[in-house]
Design a binder for this molecule. Structure first.
Ligand code: MTE
Length: 326
């Protein structure tokens, strides 16, 4: 088979045991136990206004989880952030740079019909309707998300491994990278009418990073279909990299020989490297990356190398100087 699977080191252990991921049924069962109102006042970080009245449109028939039910936690024992936090504090510049404004502005975003074109250096290029992609085995993963801006959350995602999709389209031996593109539609995305960014949003991974089993294409969170503000209908999640690598609302995936250009790296290569692995030892030129503010907590906590996923991913970068290839 003419693809790169053979080059990929499959980690020997699951990052999170099945029991730590929790099943969807468990989430639904435990949702709503704690009172959102009491937790909101106690947990909202200063200045975020989370819980100050913004609400998320529910999916009919699926209850909104109004708190992190005791028990949903990552493999380090850190509790998942509340649904309200995850869905009301967002980075999605196509809508607005105001994190608390994304939920409202994205309410009417059209996610159906939606298709994703997968092509470039592959033997079986194909355009997938998003429903087609749901046939890949859906997994539940509780991952830390560490934004380059030095805040973080713990998010219980559903989705499928990008490797499953890549395997199906069969990358050619010349393929070295995977490029991702967000929808371009200034009619729906007010931010795309502005002159400051080279839209559409683009991102990229090396092929072995893309094949890594932690690399997820998320289709939902907390047992709900993916909310618009989190990148519906599907977005990338690469938990050991800064959050901006986790591109939302993907319409195109292309296998390439050359390293693809990416939005943030194009604008400010000195600030946002192509790799952007979470690294407390390499500061952003304008702020420290040694610590972070977990949304919902008062004190800062130390940032972990590769966001705590070293055991699984460090071998991808053997021999590289991560202060140069940041
Ligand atoms: N994808 C697109 N298309 N547009 C964006 O502005 N922001 C990125 C990433 N993906 C962004 C994007 C950044 S900076 C972060 S931290 C995460 O999405 C935030 O994801 P969340 O809003 O689900 O927490």
């Amino acid at each position: 088979m003419d693809n790169k699977l053979k080059h990929v080191a499959v980690p020997s252990s699951e990052i999170t045991s099945e029991s730590a991921y929790f099943s969807r049924r468990d989430w639904l069962k435990t949702m709503g136990i704690a009172s959102a109102a009491t937790l909101l006042a106690a947990c909202a970080p200063r200045g975020t206004g989370i819980g100050s009245g913004t609400t998320v449109s529910p999916t009919p028939g699926i209850p909104i989880p109004d708190s992190a039910p005791g028990g949903v936690s990552d493999e380090l024992g850190d509790p998942a952030n509340r649904f309200e936090e995850i869905t009301n504090y967002n980075n999605y510049y196509e809508f607005t740079t105001d994190k608390e404004g994304v939920a409202r502005l994205s309410e009417g975003f059209q996610t159906s019909p939606w298709s994703v074109e997968v092509g470039g250096l592959v033997h079986n290029p194909k355009t997938y309707a998003v429903e087609d992609l749901l046939r890949f085995e859906q997994k539940e993963r509780v991952y830390r998300l560490r934004c380059v801006e030095a805040w973080s959350m713990v998010i219980p995602w559903q989705g499928f491994e990008l490797g499953d999709l890549l395997q199906e389209v069969e990358p050619m031996s010349s393929a070295e990278y995977v490029a991702f593109t967000t929808l371009y539609d200034p009619g729906q995305y007010p931010g795309q009418s502005g002159p400051f960014y080279p839209w559409p949003y683009t991102e990229g991974l090396r092929l072995d990073e893309a094949y890594h089993r932690l690399t997820l294409v998320a289709t939902g969170l907390y047992g709900q279909p993916l909310p618009n503000q989190n990148g519906a209908p599907l977005r990338l999640v690469v938990p050991w990299k800064y959050g901006f690598k986790s591109i939302k609302a993907i319409v195109k995936i292309e296998l390439t020989e050359q390293r693809p250009e990416t939005l943030w790296n194009t604008i400010a290569p000195g600030e946002y490297g192509f790799y952007s692995n979470v690294n407390p030892g390499v500061d952003h030129p304008r702020w420290s990356q040694a610590s972070e503010r977990r949304i919902g907590e008062l004190n800062r906590r130390a940032t972990l190398m590769f966001n705590g996923y070293s055991e699984e991913v460090a071998s991808l970068y053997t021999g590289m100087d991560l202060s140069v290839d940041y």
